[in-house]
Write a protein that binds this ligand. Structure first.
Ligand code: ZN
Length: 96
């Protein structure tokens, strides 16, 4: 069975539910997804690597990472946070 495509709205709903303190099974049920999908997608956008404190910041939102080779969604902790932690680590565009 092929996983239904995740839209930006799906990711936003996932982040919102997670911030609200919902568990993985609760989020899966609310979104009509599998627990595995919720775990995988949340991890892909860096959701689970953020602390509870970081997630309480008012600027937290799903944004597009500025990786020029492969723009992708990630959980940003503020309007100035435009590059995900993974891409920062690879230093692909440190010079930019
Ligand atoms: Zn990135």
């Amino acid at each position: 069975m092929h996983e239904k495509f995740w839209t930006r709205a799906d990711f936003e709903a996932l982040v919102k539910l997670y911030i609200a303190g919902k568990s993985n099974p609760e989020i899966a049920e609310a979104l009509g997804r599998t627990r595995q999908a919720v775990a995988t997608k949340g991890s892909r956008i860096g959701l689970y690597s953020l602390t509870r404190d970081e997630l309480q910041e008012p600027g937290v939102a799903v944004r597009t990472c500025l990786n020029p080779e492969m723009p992708h969604l990630f959980v940003s902790t503020g309007i100035h946070n435009r590059t995900c932690a993974d891409c920062k680590k690879t230093q692909v565009f440190q010079a930019a």
